[in-house]
Structure formats: C-alpha cells, structure tokens
Design a protein around this ligand. Sequence first.
Ligand SMILES: Cc1cc2nc3c(=O)[nH]c(=O)nc-3n(C[C@H](O)[C@H](O)[C@H](O)COP(=O)(O)OP(=O)(O)OC[C@H]3O[C@@H](n4cnc5c(N)ncnc54)[C@H](O)[C@@H]3O)c2cc1C
Length: 408
Amino acid sequence: MPLLYKNKEQCCGCEACMNVCPREAISMEKNSRGFRFPKIDDELCIECEQCLEVCDFQNERIDLKKSPQVYAAIHRSEETLAASSSGGVFSALAKLIFEEDGVVFGCGFNEKLEAEHKMAKNLKELEELRGSKYVQSKIGLTYRRVKEKLDTEQYVLFTGTPCQVAGLKSFLGSSHDKLITADFVCHGVPNQDFFLDYASHLEKQLNGEVVDVKFRDKSSGKSQGWSPAGTIVYQKDGKLREKFLGPQNSYYFNYFLREASIQRRACYDCRYACPERAADFTMGDYWGVKKTHPEIDWRGGVSLLLVNSDKAEQFIPRLESRLKLIDSTLEKAMAGNKNLTEPIKLTVKREARMKNWQRGGADGLGREFFKNHRKEYIMSEIRFLLPDPIKRLLKIALPQFIKKILVR
Ligand SMILES: Cc1cc2nc3c(=O)[nH]c(=O)nc-3n(C[C@H](O)[C@H](O)[C@H](O)COP(=O)(O)OP(=O)(O)OC[C@H]3O[C@@H](n4cnc5c(N)ncnc54)[C@H](O)[C@@H]3O)c2cc1C
C-alpha cells in the first residue's frame, strides 16, 4: 500500500490525493485533535501510486513563480469594499470571470458552520464566499468539479490557501488557459472541530444560538473600519444579535492571530509562505500600508495584490475599472506581512493549547484565556454591554473627568 506521508507534518490536507484516486480508495479522517488526514482503504487500493505523485507539498511538483508585480488595491465600489475582508480584490476578480460566463470556487460556511469549498455562478452566490474564514476549508471533490468545468471550456476562478491552489494545479497536471487561480498570504489554518467547539462555548456564554461568525467585519469594533476584528451573529429570544469578536475577548481569535498556536502542524513548515507563488494572483491585507504608502486612504481597507503570471498580467487593464491600483514593491509588502516571507513560528504554546483543549475542551480554554487576559477581556466586554448612547457620552465625558482630576 502506498505510504502517503511518514509524519503528520508532511500533510497539509489539500485533498489532492483523494481527488486523484481512480478507485475512490482515499477518504479524509480526523485525528485525535480534529485535523483531517487522507486514509487509504487497502481493499480498494490498486497501488497505482497516483496519490503519491500528486502530492505537491512533499514532491515540489509545481513551479513557484518569481518576481511578481506588486500593487496596493482598493475596490472602487464602497459597498463591495465594506463587504470584503481587505480591499476587495476577490470580488473584482470574480466579477471578471462572471462576465466571461465562468464560475468561481471559494470557501463558504454551510448551515452547520462548517467551512467548505463551494462554486458560485453569479454575484448573489458569491456573497457567502466573501470574507476570510479562519478555519481549514473542506475541499471534498472540488478539484474534479473544476476539471469538469474546464473540460467544457468554461472560465474558472479558483481561490483558496496556497496549498489548495498547488493541490489543484498538481491534480490537473497540465496548464489550462481558462483557469485563473488566486491564493492569499496565509497565516495557517485551525481545524473544524476546534472551531465548532469554540462556537458551542460561545453559545453557552451568550445563551443563544450562533448562526454566523464573521472573522473580519468592517462594521465591528471600536475603530469601525479595516482591522483584525469580527462579529459573532447569534439568535436569542427570537432576535438576531451581534457581538464583537477580536483577539481581546476571544481565545480562538487570539490563539489564531497573535499566538499562532492552534494551526495545522504542516502550516508551521509551509513551503508556500514566500514571495514565489503557485497562483496567478496573490491576495492579502496590505498591513503596514499606512507607513509604506502614506498617500493612500487606507481606512476602508487595502488589499495587497501580487500579479504572478503573464496570464494574470493580461487581466490588469480590465481590473483597473473596478480596482484602484497603486504601484508598490515587494520590499514594502514584505515589511508589514511576515507570512509573505516565512511560515508561522512553532512554539511550545501549540502543544500546550492542544493538550488543554483535549483535557478541558473549549470551556477549559475559555477559562485559561480569561485568567491570562482578564483586563483586556473585561474592557472589551464592558464596551459590548454598554448601550451606544452611554458609550458616546463616556467618550466625551471620561477624558474631561480625568483631566479635572489631574489638574487637582
Ligand atoms: C485562514 C486565512 C489566513 C489568512 N492569513 C493572512 C495573512 O497572514 N496575511 C494577509 O495579508 N492575509 C491573510 N489572509 C487573507 C485575507 O484575510 C483576505 O482573505 C484576502 O486579502 C482577500 O480579501 P478580499 O478583500 O480580496 O476578499 P474577500 O471577499 O474577503 O474574500 C476572501 C477570499 O478568501 C477565500 N477564503 C476565505 N476563507 C477561506 C478558507 N478558510 N480557506 C480557503 N479560502 C478561503 C474566499 O474564498 C475568498 O476568495 C488570510 C485568509 C485566511 C482565510
């Protein structure tokens, strides 16, 4: 039987092996920490070894492209910009593909809040693919569906993590004129079970049902704009309500973003965390743009856009009608975005967080987080609980009050 990997850190979970298997002998199974790994059914396996050949993470089959053109990009439509995590590059690319009667693949939540790859045929269907979901998306048989579309000469935009784009390309083997790929600068992915356990922990705290988690939401938080903050949408007493989600009050957000301690093991050795890319386009948040491009109005969100291939370059004139494109450089982009040059760092915290989760579940992690981040946590909860008029009043009155005390 083929040996898919020697150690678990050698599998990024892109699911290319499952898609390529001609006998449906490979399925994805969870390990004890909820990460999904391919497993071969020895009764069905014919030992053709296509599963071994297709693995780009271990074999480096796909040529990573060098010397991208670099832009800061901002969608010209305020509405689209507001609905996007960064500067709205994804929506601009998708619109182009729909104009060619093509289809778009990306990640959306299903009704059980599981992140999975889906296909959109129009702008309405695109809505659920917008927004970053900080959890590993299930690919399922998406690569086969992409191939079916390409075989009928349709344009396809495939978006996903860098390893998913490499997985798709390796699965397809040959290049396709009508396939456009876009990956993003990636901070790694936690798993679905860990996320769902967090959601049920929230439900206990909120005494309601969590119906959506927007990891990035420009209408959330104190700054109300482009920032790493999101919103939990939940139902309570028959009403839809919202709660601020950020690294201050959420162990999930904090451990993902600040500690990078809950991601898949392979993410810490990611071979795609570099300026050379597998995809035609690379999207990202242009963090640091305030310093590197002080001329730009960044408040609504700014994307980093890398144009990695000749094919991608041909789309630039058409993209310009939807995106404000400002020339930039790789040096400037790398200054504010570490994961463009190196993977997230593995520290002892990962083992500790995973063990604590296995021992005490989400509630245990919640308690641990509260103990270590008490002040920050309480402040953010107070902000959430206070009615808006009181918050506004305090914003004006509090500085004056402090000033008075200091003068005395
Ligand atoms: C797990 C994760 C980690 C990221 N890490 C970084 C980072 O370190 N630095 C950085 O600059 N940017 C990072 N990003 C990218 C950034 O958050 C935006 O997704 C990106 O800039 C696109 O924004 P947009 O405004 O163009 O589009 P949006 O409309 O926000 O579109 C989001 C795009 O991401 C795809 N997507 C969302 N969630 C997933 C998922 N779980 N798996 C696969 N595809 C998904 C969607 O299909 C869509 O193509 C990350 C995104 C994710 C999902």
